[in-house]
Design a protein around this ligand. Structure first.
Ligand code: 4GP
Length: 814
């Protein structure tokens, strides 16, 4: 191995400007005079990447040559957000960059804005993975993020003239993408289909087709840690680029078929899985990245060894399964060990079980993946055999433990018809964790109860967290400076519990006023952002009230919009006295899954409420509603710091954790929320008096289900609710068309599975308390400061430390 030099010493601004010029001229072919902001963005990104390279090499060699176990975070999603600013911050090059680009005749902001945000994730689970790899690197823990470099990320969301969501493809790679380094020489072969035969008493898989998995490496710099980890995203290539014979027969489309089939695998994030073809593609994706990653880890940790001692594999790396998507890794590692390296079953099982751990991110049973056995059998016949054998062993083990037959039956991993991936993950790994205390408890008590009874020691909790680098330091420079001033140090950026030191400052009126001024400045800049990006005018002297997250019935955007409608009606008909109206601007941001009918209809309703309310002179200056299109990380970074009131209003027992709630609290918003997910822990920490709690708790929800929930009763009981629903039903928000929202209205009145109606009164009632407090800015801001000060626990650094201690049993590189 070549000697690796220490990281490059920091550069001056002049040197950095020269490095950018060099990139422009010699890798991009434009002179600095010709360069546009987009050119400078690419050049500066490459220059930063070069600065990180030596630390990256050193981290890898220390990892491979040392004794510290690495972490492999297997995730179908990494929702990274823009890279440049974050890389500059973590590399300590922000000031040099600012001066360098100014010397080149640009504004730093324009260069940063030229980056196109990669959308390689759907929501919380993908963003969590991105926070986690930032924290791993910042803590100096050697780690790989392993996933897929989708060609198309999550769709771009627009709204048509009727307010309906329209999905357009997000081709984020249409221009040069400077961060990913494609490494054709470290590829892996991933095979599918075919059959299993016996040769010399040994099972041999004869696959029908293969694709080439080529890694694209993204550097993951730690904040001030001098450590740089790897996010390795696989892209699928064909071995047979082109069928020349077919081409010569003029069958041009057929000629590229093999290429298309292979490349489809990494083409798009989560295709629809409601059809057979969609399901097949999704399983192909999962197996593709997991198989490539496991082989890659063996290559990395046993370089050049034809017969490595893989009994040491669990000491080299521990793999975290981010939800059920990578769970096919369990039979795949068994297959690798048995078929490729000749281990016996028991040894292979010992290695496998020690290597994997599983994080569950949901409580909705329908979200736990179950694959038809026929599909696995067609695509991965050897794996199906292995799964059957794992299941047989599992059933025997349960019986040995004295588990009753009917319970064993319920717990089967393989039912004959299908394979339950969450069960496979629970049995096949060492630990299972939920993502907030309540969630982990419900996993044990409900979702995976039989498993927790049989294997109580496997179960643990790790409450989620968010990275303070991106979501405070970068997103909210004003607040960051104030915190640093208040604490007299900026060490909080890597030790977030230090925020506790702000508690006494909540009683210092001067500090509180400064804090309020920061919030106002953030509101002001969001007004500019919204004008530039969405062409809307916002009154910054209104309360900014935000609900941003995926659109799902359980998250209850419906509850919020019904409350908005009720308020609108109240102002118009005078039931809310004009003097009592606190001016509010309500922001929504949410994407709905393309096939999710009621979710899409809710978006349409919000858009149309927005149209009616914002154009009604009777409520002008008192109420405005905006459904902002294409909620993404960039919007989050701009909107969260400007928000004063945050909505976390899911039905209790349905949101596994939430991480938006943490970002808002850390940025000094007050939360109105239910006792759900991590809200519970946030409220505990920030103090019940600094959190607006409403609604039923889990036990009350369960009791309602048990007693036969009747939403119509609530509709009749609260005239505000009745009026709001009636306005939706009577065409007020659909130009008189009474059918437009009929499915939504009918669902509310007859089913309402997530009990929006039952919680409405409590939600509407708490608004008075919120508004009363808001009219006392010092008191409001004191509470907001206490939210910031007491939310240090929700750093993803702390989450990673919990994983290290409870699950991974490893730590930073020496
Ligand atoms: C989300 C959960 O819905 C959210 O509560 C949690 O905070 C987040 O994972 C991270 O743990 N789930 C997903 C998903 O994003 O795709 O299931």
């Amino acid at each position: 191995m070549t000697e690796i030099t220490a990281p490059k010493s920091p550069v001056t601004a002049e040197q950095f400007a020269d490095e950018i010029r060099e990139q422009l001229k010699y890798t991009q072919g434009v002179t600095p005079e010709q360069a546009t902001a987009a050119d400078v963005y690419v050049a500066a990104s490459k220059a930063v990447r070069n600065h990180l390279a030596d630390s990256w090499f050193k981290t890898q060699s220390d990892m491979v040559n040392g004794d510290t176990k690495a972490v492999g975070y297997l995730s179908a999603e990494f929702l990274m957000g823009k890279q440049l600013e974050n890389a500059l911050l973590n590399a300590g090059l922000t000031d040099q960059f600012d001066s360098a680009v100014e010397a080149l005749g640009f504004q730093p902001k324009d260069i940063v804005d030229a980056e196109y945000e990669p959308g390689l994730g759907n929501g919380g689970l993908g963003r969590l993975a991105a926070c986690f790899i930032d924290s791993l690197a910042s803590l100096g823990v050697p780690a790989f993020g392993y996933g897929i470099q989708y060609k198309y990320g999550i769709f771009k969301q627009k709204f048509d003239e009727n307010g309906k969501q329209v999905e357009t493809p997000d081709y984020w790679l249409s221009n040069e993408e400077p961060w990913g380094h494609i490494d054709y020489n470290r590829d892996q072969k991933v095979s599918f289909g075919g059959e299993v035969v016996e040769e010399n008493g040994k099972k041999v898989w004869k696959p029908a087709w293969s694709v080439r998995a080529v890694p694209v490496d993204y550097l993951v710099p730690g904040y001030k840690s001098q450590r740089v980890n790897t996010l390795r995203l696989w892209t699928a290539k064909s071995y047979d680029e082109f069928d020349l014979l077919a081409f010569n027969r003029s069958e041009y489309l057929d000629a590229v078929k093999p290429q298309v089939k292979a490349e489809n695998i990494s083409k798009i994030l989560y295709p629809e899985d409601s059809t057979k073809v969609g399901k097949e593609l999704r399983l192909e994706q999962q197996y593709f990245f997991v198989s490539a990653s496991l082989h890659d880890a063996i290559r990395v940790f046993y370089p050049g060894e034809a017969k490595p001692d893989l009994t040491t594999f669990p000491n080299k790396i521990t793999f975290q399964l981010n939800d059920t998507h990578p769970v096919i890794g369990i039979p795949e590692l068994m297959r690798i060990l048995i078929d490729e390296y000749d281990y016996d079953w028991d040894t292979a099982w010992g290695i496998t079980q020690k290597t994997f751990n599983y994080t569950c991110h949901t409580l909705l049973p329908e979200a736990l993946e179950v694959w038809p056995s026929s599909l696995i059998g067609e695509l991965l016949p050897r794996h199906l055999e292995i799964i059957e054998k794992i299941n047989a062993q599992f059933e025997a083990e349960l019986k040995d433990k004295g588990v009753a037959d009917e319970t064993v039956e319920k717990m089967r991993i393989y039912t004959g018809d299908s394979v339950r991936m969450a069960y496979l993950a629970t049995y096949g790994g060492s630990h299972v964790n939920g993502v907030a205390e309540l969630h982990s408890q419900l996993l044990k008590d409900v979702t995976l109860k039989d498993f927790s009874d049989a294997y109580p020691d496997k179960f643990t909790n790790v409450t989620n967290g968010v990275t303070p680098r991106r979501f405070v330091k970068l997103a909210n420079p004003g607040l960051s400076d104030l915190i640093t001033e208040g604490l007299g140090t900026d060490k909080w950026i890597s030790d977030l519990e230090l925020l506790q030191g702000l508690v006494p400052l909540a009683q210092d009126d001067e500090f509180v006023k400064k804090f309020a001024a920061v919030k106002q400045a953030n509101k002001h800049s969001f007004v500019g952002f919204a004008k530039d990006h969405y062409g809307i005018d916002i009154d910054e002297n209104t309360m900014f009230n935000t609900m941003v997250k995926r659109l799902h019935e359980y998250k209850r955007q419906s509850l919020k919009i019904l409350a908005v409608i009720s308020r609108y009606a109240g102002i118009k008909n005078g039931t809310i006295a004009a003097d009592d109206v606190l001016p509010r601007t309500v922001f929504f941001g949410a994407k709905a899954a393309p096939g999710y009918y009621l979710a899409k209809m809710t978006i349409q309703l919000i858009n149309n409420v927005s149209r009616v309310v914002n154009n009604d002179p009777d409520v002008k200056g008192k109420l405005a509603v905006h459904m902002l299109p294409n909620y993404n990380i960039e919007m989050a970074q701009n909107l969260i710091p400007a928000t004063e009131l945050d909505e976390q209003i899911s039905q209790a027992g349905k949101e596994a954790s939430g991480t938006g709630n943490m970002k808002f609290a850390l940025n000094g918003a007050l939360t109105v929320g239910t006792l759900d997910g991590a809200n519970v822990e946030i409220r505990e920490r920030v103090g019940a008096e600094n959190f607006f709690l409403f609604g039923m708790d889990v036990n009350e929800v369960e009791a309602q289900y048990a007693n036969g929930y009747d939403p119509a009763k609530y509709y009749e009981a609260d005239p505000r609710l009745k009026q709001a629903i009636d306005l939706v039903a009577d065409g007020t928000f659909s130009n008189g068309d009474r059918n437009a929202y009929a499915p939504l209205v009918s669902d509310w009145l007859t089913k309402d599975w997530f009990m929006t109606l039952a919680d409405f009164s409590s939600y509407a009632n708490i608004q008075a308390q919120i508004e009363e407090l808001y009219t006392h800015p010092l008191d409001w801001n004191r509470k907001a400061i206490l939210n910031v000060a007491n939310s240090g626990f929700f750093s993803s650094d702390r989450s990673i430390e919990d994983y290290l201690e409870r699950i991974w049993k490893t730590g930073p590189l020496a």
